[in-house]
Design a protein around this ligand. Structure first.
Ligand code: ACO
Length: 434
C-alpha cells in the first residue's frame, strides 16, 4: 500500500498520507485538506468517513465479522457472559478471577439508586417513554456524584472504574424502576444474591407477594441479548457519545446523549418497530406477502423493519446467534405457535429469495429477532430500546474512555456545505406581507 495518495484539485497536487488499521482497513488522512486546498470532503451520513481510531470493536460488514477487542462474537456468545464481556470492552482485556470478583462486588454495591431519585420518577407523566426517563435519569445520576462528573477528563478518568460500575449497575435499576413507575407498581430493590440479569428480571417482575424466579433459559437469553448489543463500532449512538465526550463532558452526560441517539426507529428503536410491523401485518390479515411487496416501493415508511444495515452487507452475525437462542427460549417457555413469529419467519423466507432485497444486500439484522425474544420473556414493547441501551452501555463507556484518554483529542466539529440564501437585508415586519 502506498504511504501517500495524490489528490489533484484546481491544477494543484496534494499528497495525503495513508493510514492502515490492524485488520488492514485503509484510509487516507484529509486532516490538512481544507488548509491546503480550501476544499472539504462531503460525506452525508459519514458512510465513507473515519471519525477516529478505536481499539474497541472490529466490524467487517462484507464478511459478516464482529469482534470485541479481537475476540470473535461467536466465541464470546458461547463462553462469556454480558458482565465479563462488558469488562473486556471497557478495559481491553478479559478479567482475571480477582478482577472479575472486584467488578462483581462494585456492581452489587452500586445496584441501588439513591432514595431521593425515586421521587424524580413522580415528575414524569405515567405514560412517559422509558427512553426519555432513562436519558434524564442517567444525566441526573451524575448530580449525585459531582466528584465523578467534573467535566475534567483527567479527574474523571482517575475514577473511571467506579463510575463505569455505577453506570453499568444502576442503568438496569433505573430501567426497571421506570417500568414499575409506568405501571403504578411498587419498586423492587435490587438483591445482593442475584446475578446481573436475574436481578434485573427480579426488579422488573417480582411482586410484594411473589418473587420472580427467572428460568435459566430466560436469564441466559437476556444475557446473550445484552452481550450481542454490547458494542458495535461507530454507529449513530456511539458517535454521539464520542461527540459529546469530545467537548470534555463527563461519562454520565455522554451516555445520556447516547440513549437519545439510540431512541429512533432507524437505530435502537428498530426492535420495537419490528413488533409493531408484525402486529399490523397480523391485524390486516396479511401473511406478509403484501407487506414485502410494499417494502419494495422504496418508500421510507414501508421499510421492512429489522432488515438492512449500514455496515453489514451480509447476514448480521448477531442475528445468526440470536436466532438460534430464540428457539431455545421459546421451547423453555412452552411457546409453540405464535402468529407474529410465524409472520416473521414467512417475511424472512420471502425476503431472502427476493431480488430486491438480495441485490441491495438487505439481510435480517439483530433487531429482527431481538424484539421477538424480548416479547417472549415478557419485556413490554416500549422497554425494548431501553434493553438495547443497557446492553450498549459498555461500548459507550469504552468509547468515552478512548476520547477522554486521547491527549491529542479535538472537539468534534464537522463542516457543512451551506445551501441557504445569500446575504440579504433585514425586512421590517410591516413589509413582510400578511
Ligand atoms: N426495507 C426495504 N428497503 C430497504 C430497507 C428495508 N429495511 N433498508 C434499505 N432499503 C433500501 C433503500 O430503499 C435503498 O433502496 P434504493 O437503492 O432503491 O434507493 C437501499 O435499500 C439502500 O438503503 P439505504 O437507506 O441507503 O441504506 P442505509 O445503509 O442508509 O440504511 C438502515 C441502513 C437505516 C438500517 C436501513 O436498512 C433501514 O432503514 N432498515 C430498517 C430499520 C432497521 O432495521 N434498523 C436497525 C439497524 S441495526 C441496529 O441499529 C442495531
Amino acid at each position: 500500500m502506498p504511504s501517500h495518495v495524490t489528490l489533484k484539485l484546481d491544477h494543484k497536487e496534494l499528497s495525503l498520507p495513508t493510514i492502515v488499521g490492524t485488520e488492514g482497513e485503509k484510509a487516507f488522512d484529509i486532516r490538512s485538506l481544507r488548509n491546503d486546498s480550501g476544499y472539504i470532503a462531503y460525506d452525508e451520513g459519514f458512510g465513507n468517513t473515519g471519525s477516529c481510531e478505536s481499539a474497541v470493536t472490529f466490524v467487517d460488514g462484507e464478511a459478516g465479522i464482529l469482534r470485541y477487542r479481537g475476540y470473535p462474537i461467536e466465541q464470546l456468545a458461547e463462553h462469556s457472559s454480558f458482565i465479563e464481556t462488558a469488562y473486556l470492552i471497557m478495559n481491553g482485556e478479559l478479567p482475571t478471577p480477582a478482577q472479575r470478583k472486584r467488578f462483581s462486588q462494585l456492581l452489587t454495591e452500586n445496584a441501588p439508586i439513591h432514595s431521593t431519585t425515586e421521587h424524580l420518577y413522580e415528575g414524569f407523566p405515567w405514560d412517559a417513554p422509558p427512553m426519555a426517563i432513562l436519558s434524564a435519569m442517567l444525566n441526573s445520576l451524575g448530580c449525585y456524584y459531582p466528584h465523578l462528573a467534573t467535566n475534567d477528563h483527567q479527574r474523571d478518568l482517575e475514577n473511571f472504574e467506579e463510575t463505569a460500575a455505577i453506570i453499568i449497575s444502576k442503568v438496569r435499576t433505573i430501567a426497571a424502576y421506570s417500568y414499575r413507575a409506568s405501571r403504578g407498581l411498587p419498586y423492587n430493590y435490587p438483591r445482593r444474591d442475584l446475578p446481573y440479569c436475574e436481578n434485573f428480571l427480579h426488579m422488573m417482575f417480582s411482586t410484594p407477594f411473589e418473587p420472580y424466579i427467572a428460568l435459566p433459559e430466560v436469564a441466559q437469553a437476556l444475557n446473550l441479548f445484552l452481550l450481542l448489543h454490547a458494542d458495535h463500532e461507530q454507529n449513530c449512538s456511539t458517535s454521539t457519545v464520542r461527540t459529546v465526550a469530545s467537548s470534555g463532558a463527563n461519562l454520565f452526560a455522554s451516555t445520556a446523549a447516547g440513549v437519545c441517539a439510540l431512541w429512533g426507529p432507524l437505530h435502537g428503536g428498530a426492535n420495537m418497530a419490528v413488533i409493531e410491523m408484525l402486529k399490523s401485518i397480523h391485524a390486516e390479515g396479511d401473511d406478509g406477502t403484501k407487506f414485502v411487496a410494499a417494502a419494495k416501493s422504496g418508500k421510507a415508511d414501508k421499510r421492512l423493519m429489522g432488515f438492512g444495515h449500514r455496515v453489514y452487507k451480509h447476514y448480521d452475525p448477531r442475528a445468526k446467534i440470536i436466532k438460534e437462542s430464540f428457539y431455545n427460549t421459546l421451547a423453555s417457555l412452552g411457546i409453540k405457535d405464535d402468529p407474529l413469529l410465524n409472520i416473521a419467519m414467512r417475511l424472512e423466507a420471502a425476503a431472502l429469495k427476493d431480488d430486491y432485497f438480495l441485490s441491495r444486500k438487505l439481510y435480517p439484522n439483530v433487531d429482527f429477532y431481538s424484539g421477538l425474544i424480548m416479547r417472549a420473556i415478557g419485556i413490554p414493547e416500549n422497554m425494548f430500546t431501553v434493553m438495547f441501551a443497557i446492553g450498549r452501555m459498555p461500548g459507550w463507556i469504552a468509547n468515552w474512555k478512548e476520547v477522554a484518554s486521547n491527549p491529542k483529542g479535538r472537539i468534534y466539529r464537522p463542516r457543512q456545505i451551506y445551501v441557504g440564501p445569500n446575504k440579504r437585508d433585514y425586512v421590517p415586519p410591516h413589509q413582510r406581507g400578511a
